[in-house]
Structure formats: C-alpha cells, structure tokens
Design a protein around this ligand. Structure first.
Ligand code: GLP
Length: 261
C-alpha cells in the first residue's frame, strides 16, 4: 500500500488522473475499472481535460464499472449508467461497445453477474481499478460482512449507505435497497488499484482500511493484500491515521531512495 496525503482535493484528482493516463499511454487498449460517487468527479474532469487538451486517446480503452442500483434504468438520473455518461463518457472518445456498467434491470441477475465476470476475463483483466470508499469502509457496494473472496453479485445495501446516498435522491425511500456489484475478490484481481478519499467523514473508514486488521467489517482493508495499491487522500480523510507522518516522510524521501525500493 502506498499512501499519498495532499492538502487539496484537486491534487488527488490530478495524481489519480496521471496514473490512469500513464496506464492508457503505455497500453492504448487498457482495461479501466471505474467507480461512481462524488469522490472521483475531479478525476473524471481531469481525464476529460487531458483528452481535450492533450489528446489522451480512449478509442481502444475498455471500461468496467463497479456497480449499479437494482431497479434503475440507464436513463434514470441517479443510475450509475447515467452518472458515467454525464461525467465521463460523453466527454471522451471511448467507444460505446467498450463500456460496461452492470445492468440494474436485467431479468436474470445471476446470469448477468456470471457474464460480467467472464467479460472482464475475456478483456484480459482490469489494468487499473479506481475506487472510492463508503463511510462504513465499503468498496464498490461490498458492505461490511461481505466475503473477501466475493465475486459480482447482488448485495443488500446497509442502512448507513442508504442514508449516505439519500443526498442524491428526493427522499430516503427512493434509494434502492439492492445493488449489483463487483465482489471484493473481483476488485483484488485488478493489476493496480487506486483508492481516492477526501473529507473528515471518511477518516475512520480510511484508518480502518490502512491500519486496521484485514477484515470483512471494512472491505477496503483487503487492499492491504494487494501488491500494487495507491491511496490518494486529503488531510481530512487522513486525519485518523496513526502513521500519517511516516507516510509523508516516505514520499518526501523518495527522490533519494535506492532504485527499486
Ligand atoms: C457508493 C459507491 C461507492 C463509492 C461510495 C462513496 O456507495 N457504490 O463506489 O465509493 O458511494 O461515495 P462518495 O464518493 O460520494 O462519498
């Protein structure tokens, strides 16, 4: 795990966009794992800027989103299909047939989940997975208690997540109770993972994820087992980290570190 602490949200967006852009530049048909939520909005804005101003080319890129609400059609303003279209896809030159977002309206969820996993494999696996984190430590919609080996499936959302996400809906009762989500095991197979977090309401989840035990009670903690995970945080989200000074010290000393360290 590599932890980067920044003063400003914009720095998180720029640093994470650089990782995604470097991946695409070194592998034009890279497979991206994408997340929704407010946290990656700056990253998506920066990728759109890089496409427009620097020619970052998405024409061969494939993408897989983490999750979708069950029951929301792709044109529902709170669906993750709609979110991705509005905040990223319509601003870049990704081909519609290369975009994958789990279906919230399929007639057969089990078959769809199996197909989604198979499709990721057919594309060669995810090169870089973007993640946010829920205030209960979830990644994608893998709520506390999710198996750390879980695959794409239906999850029942926790009351805390319904409460958190109700800010996007007219009323709490409108928040779907079920979601289709990649599993913790699916996320763990990505070759690189970048997790973004800002704001004090994420500080406990971040401390549990980075410095707590690996546990299904905070599914983000599984990143401790990943060989290439980068965490981009602002000072508020890093506020409860016991080893924050050490993470900053590591980054400050990097230029003089022996090669390959
Ligand atoms: C939802 C998504 C997660 C996201 C989380 C945090 O629950 N399924 O992928 O990380 O929200 O969202 P936000 O970035 O808005 O805090």
């Amino acid at each position: 795990m590599e932890v980067f602490v920044y003063q400003k949200y914009d720095e998180i967006s720029q640093a994470s966009a650089k990782v995604v852009a470097d991946t695409i530049n070194s592998k034009p048909n890279a497979v991206l794992g994408l997340a929704t939520g407010s946290t990656p909005l700056g990253l998506y804005k920066e990728l759109a800027r890089m496409h427009k101003e620097e020619g970052l080319d998405f024409s061969h890129v494939r993408s897989f989103n983490l999750d979708e609400y069950v029951g929301l059609s792709p044109d529902h303003p709170q669906s993750y299909h709609y979110f991705m279209h509005e905040n990223l896809f319509k601003h870049i030159n990704i081909e519609p047939q290369n975009v994958h977002v789990p279906s919230g309206t399929t007639k057969n969820y089990q078959a769809f989940c199996e197909w989604y996993e198979q499709r990721i494999e057919e594309c060669g696996g995810i090169d870089v997975q973007v993640l946010g984190i829920g205030s209960d430590g979830h990644i994608a919609f893998n709520e506390p208690g999710s198996s750390l080996g879980s695959r794409t499936r239906i999850k029942t959302l926790s009351k805390e997540t319904i409460e958190d996400n109700s800010r996007f809906f007219d009323k709490k009762e409108d928040v779907p109770i079920y979601a289709i989500t990649m599993g913790v095991g699916t996320v763990l197979e990505a070759r690189k993972v970048i997790l973004l977090a800002n704001g004090a309401n994420k500080a406990k989840a971040i401390a549990d994820a980075i410095e707590g035990p690996v546990s299904c009670m905070c599914t983000a903690s599984v990143l401790q087992l990943h060989p290439d995970s980068l965490l981009f945080l602002d000072t508020d989200a890093a506020g409860k980290l016991k080893m924050k000074d050490y993470y900053e010290w590591i980054q400050a000393k990097k230029p003089g570190a022996p090669a390959g360290s």
